[in-house]
Design a protein around this ligand. Structure first.
Ligand code: NDP
Length: 315
């Protein structure tokens, strides 16, 4: 009998997960992370979001840790994380499709000045002055920082929507109609070739704080930023400075250095900014449970599992 311990969502959500897992994989015993009487020595897999440090180390039979989200930074902060244990990122078609929809919405929102109109609407101001002339999608190059599982899906959907698209990653990629740049040597060329920058990098020691005022200065004007990667990729003080001095015309932000975004943050009321509360891609519970079951079955068959965190690469 295989067992899975679950820490995903607020109080009451365990029963919902348990019902879904029971339907998809009846032979799996599903255990609540918050059950103080749970026999931790019997657990094979953990499906978690922000596990309390040290708890996973108390599960000697654990074969893999599955992240509730595509990022695994919330797991890696555990200093007692058992070494060499596979950590698997959330994936699946729904996760990519949701990110494609969100980024398309965000790109069109920046292109058509949604932050300004939204801010003016709240003040009941009918003002058309002071915004740049309307651009077409075909004349607005979009740069995707992080051309991985999600970034490449997003890039392709923006190509379909008619945008010129460039991408940047560690290694060069080959996708139809997408110019690919790689590594620090090509970062400047990449930045200079786009006007809206979409950040879909993971947070690692190399990417933390990568988006500075100097980076934003290199974008074609009017410049826009969409951050759906992680909040700490951006230096918040630089972002505010760039928005205030016009280096950056507008932004859609889904992730923040501190979440929830503190009430005193000037980003809340900035007329150039649209804020969403880390919702860009959150596949349904059924889709995520289906992905988890697929990973467990592959593991049990001894197959390689995609989206496995690589400690050498840091993502
Ligand atoms: P992947 O690991 O598949 O892709 C990461 C990409 O970043 C790869 O293209 C990789 O390059 C590139 N990369 C990593 N480090 C560097 C670096 N130092 N320099 C240049 N490129 C680098 O991740 P996903 O696409 O699945 O997810 C990306 C991130 O999106 C997640 O880590 C998470 O933080 C965020 N996310 C946010 C969500 C939200 O709701 N806001 C939901 C889901 C994910 P290469 O391909 O060459 O290895």
């Amino acid at each position: 009998m295989l067992s899975l311990i679950v820490k995903a969502g607020g109080p009451g959500s365990f029963v919902v997960w348990q019902t879904i897992f029971n339907r998809l994989m009846p032979e799996l015993t599903v255990i609540d992370w918050h059950d103080k009487t749970a026999d931790l020595a019997s657990i094979d897999y953990a499906f978690v979001w922000q596990p309390e440090p040290g708890r996973l180390a108390q599960m000697p039979r654990l074969k893999a840790i599955l992240s509730v989200a595509a990022g695994v930074d919330h797991i890696l902060t555990d200093p007692d994380l058992p070494a060499n244990l596979p950590v698997i990122r959330m994936g699946g078609e729904d996760t990519a499709a949701q990110m494609q929809d969100y980024v398309r919405w965000a790109v069109f929102s920046l292109l058509r000045e949604a932050p300004r109109w939204h801010s003016a609407q709240h003040k009941q101001i009918w003002a058309r002055q002071g915004v740049p002339p309307v651009r077409l999608s075909s004349e607005t190059p979009v740069g995707i920082m992080g051309l991985g599982a999600l970034g490449s899906a997003v890039a392709q959907s923006l190509v379909q929507a008619g945008f010129p698209v460039v991408g940047w990653s560690q290694h060069k990629k080959s996708y139809d109609h997408i110019t690919s740049y790689a590594g620090t040597a090509e970062l400047e060329t990449f930045l200079r070739s786009c006007s809206i920058l979409v950040c879909l990098l993971p947070e690692t020691s190399l990417t933390r704080g990568i988006i500075t005022c100097d980076v934003l200065k290199q974008l074609q004007k009017p410049a826009g930023l969409i951050n759906v990667g992680r909040g700490r990729l951006v230096v918040t003080s630089d972002l505010l400075r760039a928005l205030d001095d016009g280096t950056l015309h507008n932004a859609v932000l889904d992730v923040f250095e501190h979440e929830p975004l503190p009430a005193e943050s000037p980003l809340w009321s900035h007329p150039g900014v649209l804020i969403t509360p880390h919702v860009a891609s959150e596949a349904s519970r059924t889709a995520r449970a289906g992905y988890v079951v697929g990973v467990i079955r592959a593991f049990e068959r001894g197959e390689d599992v995609p989206l496995r965190y690589d400690p050498q690469k840091g993502y």
